[in-house]
Ligand binder design. Structure first.
Ligand SMILES: O=C(O)C1=C[C@@H](OP(=O)(O)O)[C@@H](O)[C@H](O)C1
Ligand SMILES: C=C(OP(=O)(O)O)C(=O)O
Length: 405
């Protein structure tokens, strides 16, 4: 557990070399394998979720423990089911409770041979890999876009390609677009019309690839800027025109008083204006920003009504329950008016600063609550969880004057 203290001098300023995007890194690694590329992937993420991907893709074992990495589990399931050999994929206790049936049913329908080792519908998985023929499938588009990205990436390698029809409301769309965009960079084209994505059989082209910095990681710096009037940070390696849906954080925080100015090597963010007095937002396309914005709005005393949060229950933890449990320790009472929503009407209770914030093996719980140190005394349990996506998070905070005990 750590106790986090704010910088003694404010406003806070600094230049932050953000981590590389794990979403882009993990796609680049799969696409690089599929294109048989020996070319460099530069600025590859150095986080747990990418390390486990790199380790597994060495294929020097038969059983791989994927830990808590959702993208790695889903992308590797599709990749290995299409590759000759017998493989076992397992993961953390939480991973064994994150659903994967939609992906397994789709792959098995395409001719894959994947069995559940413990509980039906969840990892661990036994995969008898073989070249898949491809064809037509239908699958739910409203549970996790990672199943869709996993299937899309192997699609052009299958003899008959893939025609995928998505059922229900499609969630996390920017991540699907990111996959298709990167596949295009690796030489493969796709057609997306309505609910159907079609990818004929094609060859991937090996290319050198540079990974952008992570816009989701940038969100914690936006929150710090919003909570410390007059503060300013340069966030290195971010691009305005990004395939990352979480680049929308710049727009979201405009409502919270933050200006974003793009330069050749990143973005300069500064707190310049007063925030809105009430905030309504639909996070369906940016689920990973929700925790940052929920915590930040409470701390700014801005009542909110947020929707599009239905997928938060099956991420690293049930993030809706975790936010409600932990915000109350700081004295904010959140409500869940209906499934997929979280709201705060300004209702407060006495905070209990003796209670540390629990992080539930969720990196984003630790990082979303860290900015709270600017307003409340705060202790955070298991701060090491940040290594899932942002290993240098605490040292970056220290570099701008936060202290940790
Ligand atoms: O494809 C990706 O890189 C991701 C997709 C999203 O998951 P869902 O599609 O399950 O919402 C997101 O939450 C996750 O952190 C990364
Ligand atoms: C949901 C996340 O990751 P994943 O699903 O890849 O484990 C995340 O990083 O917030």
């Amino acid at each position: 557990m750590i106790q986090l203290f704010p910088p003694t001098t404010q406003p806070v300023t600094g230049s932050i070399g953000l981590p590389a995007s794990k979403s882009i890194s993990n796609r680049a690694l799969i696409l690089s394998m599929l294109s048989k590329s020996t070319k460099e992937i530069s600025h590859l993420a150095d986080c747990d979720d990418t390390k486990v991907m790199l380790e597994t893709l060495k294929l020097d074992k038969k059983t791989f423990d994927i830990g808590a990495a959702g993208t790695s589990m889903r992308f590797l399931t599709a990749y290995l089911s299409n590759l000759q050999g017998n493989w076992i994929l397992t993961g953390s206790e939480r991973m064994k409770n994150r659903p994967i049936a939609v992906l397994i049913d789709a792959l098995n329908h395409l001719g894959a041979d994947i069995e559940y080792i413990e509980k039906a519908g969840y990892p661990p998985l036994r995969i008898s890999g073989k070249a898949l023929q491809g064809g037509k499938i239908k699958l739910a588009g409203n549970i996790s876009s990672q199943y869709i990205s996993a299937l899309l990436m192997i699609a052009p390698t299958m003899k008959n390609g893939l025609e995928m029809t998505l059922e229900g409301k499609i969630i996390s769309i920017p991540y699907i677009r990111m996959t298709l965009h990167m596949m295009e960079e690796f030489g493969v084209s796709a057609k997306w019309e309505g609910q159907t994505i079609t990818i004929p059989h094609q060859e991937y082209r090996p290319i050198a690839f540079h990974v952008e910095s992570d816009w989701s990681a940038a969100s914690y710096w936006y929150a710090i800027a919003a909570l410390s009037k007059g503060s300013s940070f340069k966030l290195l390696g971010l691009k305005k025109e990004s395939t990352q849906g979480d680049s929308q954080v710049a727009k979201i925080f405009e409502s919270l008083g933050i200006k974003s100015e793009f330069t050749a090597d990143g973005v300069v963010i500064s707190s310049v204006a007063n925030p809105v007095s009430n905030f309504v937002y639909d996070f369906i396309n940016q689920p990973d920003l929700a925790q940052t914005v929920v915590v930040c709005c409470c701390l700014l005393n801005i009542p909110f009504s947020f929707s599009g949060l239905q997928t938060l229950k099956i991420k690293e933890t049930d993030r809706i329950a975790a936010l409600k449990n932990e915000m109350v320790k700081l004295g904010y009472i959140l409500e869940e008016p209906e499934d997929g929503m979280l709201a705060w009407n300004g209702q407060r209770t006495n905070p209990d600063y003796e209670q540390a914030i629990c992080t539930y093996e969720d990196h984003r719980m630790a990082m979303a609550f860290a900015p709270a140190a600017l307003i409340h005394p705060i202790k955070i349990e298991h701060p090491e969880v940040v290594s899932k996506s942002y290993p240098e998070f605490w040292s970056d905070l220290q570099s701008v004057g936060f202290s940790i005990k």
